[in-house]
Design a protein around this ligand. Structure first.
Ligand code: SAM
Length: 286
């Protein structure tokens, strides 16, 4: 879609439901090889990135999503050295994962080089200098192919893809989750961006059903991100070590203190609370 300064950017991700953001200024709009990309400024959310008409991240609330999808698995695991991020072209997940000094390597597999180039220029407040960190490997390619073929093994795999539209569709399949399991090191954790269950419950249900056929333990946890409208967002969780999902808050507090992380959303208590699911989400994943 094309937005002009006098317009409102409209997102229609769900049937019969539309949200609008006033476009203060269009900072960049292009058609990359894979998708339509627009960055605009909004008086409430700052810089807003949208792909194929769907909001991906905003300067104002990106911290919630990126902190919860990195610190939760990394601190629950306790000895993460290698992280794989599938998607994540805006660099926010990368920037957050790199805050862990114990992490020696982060591999980011992004299908669209245009998103990375663009984010380096226009989304510095989200990615910082993450892409230049010597611990980072950037792979331009499909996350499905990478996960199926890589010889590397990872302690945490973070699926930071778009919604199951276009290139993101494959990232919601059992075939992809099996490939992620393949490249997890023993005792590793897979976490996934899994939409807003109140609006996209079938996506979450499909993911958890697939994860339960592949892993000894699969569930989800939640956080509320204002621009992922419709209620809290769910993050898929899967591991062959069931103890990781119920890491005691006392252990998490010690690890959080040792990591000396500066956060604006994540705390060890929020981590534990995020796995306490409302009844309607328990029913979706039952
Ligand atoms: N926070 C956002 C959300 O919750 O929807 C995701 C942000 S990030 C920008 C999503 C990235 O996934 C995009 O840069 C997109 O190009 C990338 N992507 C989509 N499908 C992919 C695939 N099959 N392999 C690798 N990257 C993919």
């Amino acid at each position: 879609m094309t937005a002009s300064p006098s317009d409102w950017f409209e997102e229609t991700l769900y049937k019969g439901f539309r949200t609008r953001y006033r476009v203060g200024e269009i900072l960049h709009e292009t058609k990359t090889h894979h998708q339509h990309l627009v960055l605009f400024r909004n008086e409430t959310f700052g810089h807003v990135l949208a792909l194929n008409g769907v909001i991906q991240t905003t300067e104002r609330d990106e911290f919630i999503y990126h902190e919860m999808l990195t610190h939760t698995p990394i601190l629950a695991h306790g000895a993460v050295r290698n992280v794989l991020i599938i998607g994540g072209g805006d660099g926010g997940m990368l920037e957050e994962a790199l805050k862990h000094k114990t992490v020696t390597r982060v591999t980011l597999v992004e299908i669209d080089a245009g998103v990375i180039e663009f984010s380096k220029q226009h989304l510095k407040s989200i990615c910082g200098d993450a892409f230049d960190d010597p611990r980072v490997d950037i792979v331009i390619g499909d996350g499905m192919a990478y996960a199926a073929e890589t010889e590397h093994r990872f302690d945490v795999v973070i699926v930071d893809g778009t919604d199951p539209i276009g290139p993101g569709e494959i990232l919601f399949t059992e075939k992809f989750y099996a490939a992620c399991k393949r490249c997890l090191a023993p005792g590793g954790v897979l976490v996934t961006q899994n939409g807003v269950p109140f609006m996209q419950g079938d996506e979450l249900q499909g993911t958890i059903r697939a994860l339960r056929t592949l892993f000894d333990d699969a569930s989800c946890y939640t956080a509320t991100i204002p621009t992922y409208v419709g209620g809290c967002m769910a993050f898929g969780w899967a591991s062959d070590d069931p103890s990781l999902r119920v890491a005691p808050v006392s252990v998490l507090r010690d690890r959080f203190a040792a990591a000396m992380l500066e956060t604006d959303y994540y705390t060890p208590d929020v981590h534990c609370g995020a796995f306490a699911l409302p009844r309607y989400i328990e029913r979706i994943i039952a």
